[in-house]
Design a binder for this molecule. Sequence first.
Ligand SMILES: [Zn+2]
Length: 255
Amino acid sequence: MRITFLGTGTSQGIPVIGSDHPVCLSEDSRDKRLRVSVLVEWEDHCFVVDCGPDFRQQMLRAGVSRIDGILFTHEHADHTMGLDDIRPFFFRQGDIPIYAHPRVLGELRQRFPYIFVSGKEKYPGAPGVREIEVTGNRTLELGGISVVPVSVMHNRLQVFGYRFGDFAYLTDVKTISDEELQKVKKVKVLVINALRTEPHPSHLNLEEALSLIEKIRPEKAYLTHISHLLGFHAEVEKTLPEGVFLAYDNLQLEV
Ligand SMILES: [Zn+2]
């Protein structure tokens, strides 16, 4: 299985518009972070997790010409606002499968009503989707593998992470129940969010992410959904424990 980090930044991305923070001015390409998303490929299957405002640029940058579907974690704008840009995939492939909690599908229908219209009502050129509900207790069968939804809390909002075999992707986590934690325990590669050093009401900070990684005990962990306030990639990575890394855009892993 091949993992490509399409984006590793928090909701504003890095650089932040108009910011003169040193991390926003950094010339290290690893300090330039699009909104968070990941591409998961195995055999001839290709799935994207989330579809934020940088989706078009991410698909072009990673050279993606076909997708089997999009799995949504939750409805926040940095994870959903690129949905209109599935149009080139839709023109070639037809309705694009989207996997999400029923609540998130409802939010998408409100924000993009023209995508969810069918038949004569549909505006020519509008994209189409096929909705697949994700519920916490049902494993998805995608391209011959089991994908396990992992329910976490983003302050008071429920969010899904996904475990694809030996790879687990959890973003926008603040807390996770012991029961859900069991679903990712001792996974080979874990991706988890770490916003910054200071605490935040809806995101793990670095210290909290590291203590959750200690509980999950993956072989390797990669941190994502990173704010410029976390610091320079090159400096922060030196401070991390063995087996823990900062993800960066375009990083690829074989799992
Ligand atoms: Zn987010």
